[in-house]
Design a protein around this ligand. Structure first.
Ligand code: ZN
Ligand code: FE
Length: 267
């Protein structure tokens, strides 16, 4: 059971995840946006690439597919609903399907919202969740193709996984997300602690991922919209919410974060 998971930074803030079976000298890669980054890691560790997994069709997640497939013959597995937007897929999968790498089994979880066919991969044997651009630490993906209620449904599904699940998200957005989280959830002591830890990690140039799902449940505002304490905090911190429908609050919060990101830094 000698598996290791490497975080390969790519572009400005992407992470490509390389899972290797050290004994067999085989690897699988999740969302290889940049083929050179993956090739270098494989060479350095003397690994052969056996499998490519894609969470969604955006180019920063699939840009290395073709080159790596050509060089290593590794099959590409991606979402059925985005099959027409990802070239060269060997197998299309959807919610409930299983993927295998070495003696590991990964469950495919449908997580639409960021894109219409977005999927995540959960490997119980690694306690690892590869969730692409659905769940980020202290945030979540933008709603490019899905509705707020779809994304909320996707996040609640992921939230149902065990607390000790390690969240491997597609981007290093944690510190940036923290600025918004801090404003809407001022009195959350767990969040304060996480922000302090994140600041320290970033100062040392280290990744803030993976993070446990248990920690995210306590600190990520987008996973807390159905929590009465958080709803009170929203009202108190200048974010009036109408009613208590979690999907509606989620939608308002996501829209608030979009405005916040575009430079106002106010609610
Ligand atoms: Zn994306
Ligand atoms: Fe992305």
């Amino acid at each position: 059971m000698g598996f290791s998971i490497d975080l390969l930074p790519a572009f400005a803030d992407n992470y490509i995840y390389l899972v290797s079976d050290v004994a067999l000298g085989l690897a699988m890669v999740v969302d290889p946006g940049d083929p050179e980054v993956v090739r270098r890691a494989l060479q350095k560790k003397d690994l052969h690439l056996a499998l490519i997994l894609n969470t969604h069709h955006h180019s920063d997640h699939i840009g290395g597919n073709a080159k790596l497939q050509r060089e290593y013959g590794a099959p590409i597995i991606g979402p059925t609903l985005e099959q027409h937007r990802i070239e060269g897929m060997a197998r299309a999968v959807e919610n409930g399907d299983l993927v295998t790498f070495s003696d590991l089994r990964g469950q495919v979880i449908g997580t639409p919202g960021h894109t219409s066919g977005h999927i995540s991969f959960y490997f119980p044997g690694l306690k690892a969740l590869f969730c692409g651009d659905t769940l980020f630490s202290l945030g979540c993906g933008r709603l490019f193709e899905g509705s707020a209620s779809q994304m909320w449904q996707s996040l609640t599904t992921l939230r149902g996984l065990p607390d000790d699940t390690l969240v491997y998200a597609g981007h290093e957005y944690t510190e940036e997300n923290g600025h918004f989280a801090q404003v809407v959830d001022k009195d959350n002591l767990d969040l304060k602690q996480r922000l302090a830890d994140v600041a320290t990690l970033r100062r040392k140039g280290k990744p803030t991922l993976p993070v446990t799902l248990g920690d995210e449940k306590k600190t990520n505002p987008f996973l807390r919209v159905d929590c009465p304490d958080f709803q009170k905090s929203l009202a108190k911190n200048g974010f009036p919410v109408d009613g208590t429908d979690p999907a509606a609050i989620f939608g308002a919060l996501r829209a608030g974060k979009d405005r916040f990101d575009s430079g106002t830094k106010t609610l």
